[in-house]
Design a protein around this ligand. Structure first.
Ligand SMILES: Nc1nc2c(ncn2[C@@H]2O[C@H](COP(=O)(O)OP(=O)(O)OP(=O)(O)O)[C@@H](O)[C@H]2O)c(=O)[nH]1
Ligand SMILES: [Mg+2]
Length: 312
């Protein structure tokens, strides 16, 4: 049996190998994804993002336990755009989620950049699909908040939980507009610390000012993740958002928009990859670069010519 068939039959090893194939861009990755695609679209995807050390992993660990008690199987993808490590090498998460690694109903995978930040969000989306096809009911994507990269990564999520903590200095100033836009649910974690109430008030004010109002007003919950406080309430809020997405038709709209973006990215990637591979292999790329440097050619004419040749 091949990897995809074994994965669909329930093999954890095949699941792991499929993810590795996508991460490392092995030749068989496309064929695997193609076989799995019809089996995707079943899982509910929850994004968890926020500043470094906010308690995302601790919170995820507690949330996962609630879903496990409900009998749901879970996939966890811990994405660190700042780390070159992958395949479970993010030690802190390993330790914090120690008990979960012993649970057959939970599959955890860490992903780093491996030097290619650009491909990380697309690869994350593929890993979500792989876990989805493997039958995970709920999939968590945890990513550290460092800017545009995590915004792109959480686009794979149905519900995005933004984790904030009091006492980050300028509190609300530190919360970039981008993060406000992606939050469906806000968790003010480390609410045992001073300033949790003030942060909540400030956040509420910013959300009220937000121009791009949609039918869903993001909810704010306070949590103390390491003590397990506020977890059930947070789950209830996530469930409320999921229900809202379903009844309003927003889930279909979001997933359609996501499919559209993924298709565009795939077209761009495959076409440029194909053309670049051809001209690099034939040595043309170097010759063209030299011609440009000496102004014997212009890049617009070159691209026009390459495209014309490709489209023929
Ligand atoms: N006081 C307090 N500490 C917490 C709380 N939640 C988590 N912590 C602690 O905060 C530290 C960071 O927690 P993590 O869960 O690793 O945070 P993270 O956001 O996943 O961190 P990165 O993935 O490294 O960005 C750990 O030492 C936790 O035990 C909380 O609610 N209150
Ligand atoms: Mg973490």
């Amino acid at each position: 049996m091949d990897i995809a068939a074994e994965l669909l039959a329930g093999s954890r090893l095949a699941l792991s190998r499929a993810i590795t194939a996508v991460e490392n861009e092995y030749d068989e990755a496309t064929a695997i994804m193609q076989q799995l695609y019809p089996h995707t679209g079943q899982a509910y995807v929850i994004g968890v993002t926020g500043p470094p050390g906010a308690g995302k992993s601790t919170l995820t660990d507690k949330l996962v336990k609630v879903y496990r008690r409900q009998g749901k199987t879970v996939g966890i993808i811990a994405v660190d755009p700042t780390s070159p490590f992958s395949g479970g090498a993010i030690l802190g998460d390993r330790i914090r989620m120690n008990e979960l690694t012993l649970d057959e109903g939970v599959f955890i995978r860490s992903m780093g950049t491996r030097g290619s930040l650009g491909g990380l969000s697309r690869k994350t989306a593929d890993v979500v699909k792989i876990m989805d096809a493997a039958g995970k009911d709920v999939i968590f994507v945890e990513t550290v908040g460092v800017g545009q990269s995590e915004v792109d990564i959480v686009k794979a999520a149905d519900t995005t939980v933004v984790v904030l903590v009091p006492g980050l200095g300028d509190d609300i100033q530190a919360i970039k507009a981008g993060i406000l836009e992606i939050g469906d649910v806000f968790a003010i974690n480390k609410a045992d610390r001073e300033g949790a109430e003030r942060l909540k008030a400030e956040l509420n004010m910013m959300l009220d000012l937000d121009q791009a109002k949609s039918a869903w007003r993001p909810s704010i919950r306070q949590t103390v993740a390491n003590a397990g406080q506020g977890i059930e309430e947070l789950v209830a809020t996530i469930d409320e958002h999921a229900a809202f997405l379903g009844t309003s038709g927003e889930l279909v709209r979001r997933r359609t928009a996501r499919a559209r973006n993924e298709l565009i990215a795939l077209i761009e990637e495959q076409i440029s990859h194909r053309i670049l591979k051809d001209i690099a292999a034939s040595g043309q790329l170097d010759a063209l670069a030299a011609a440009l440097a000496e102004r014997r050619e212009d890049p617009y004419a070159i691209v026009k010519r390459l495209l014309a040749a490709y489209l023929r």
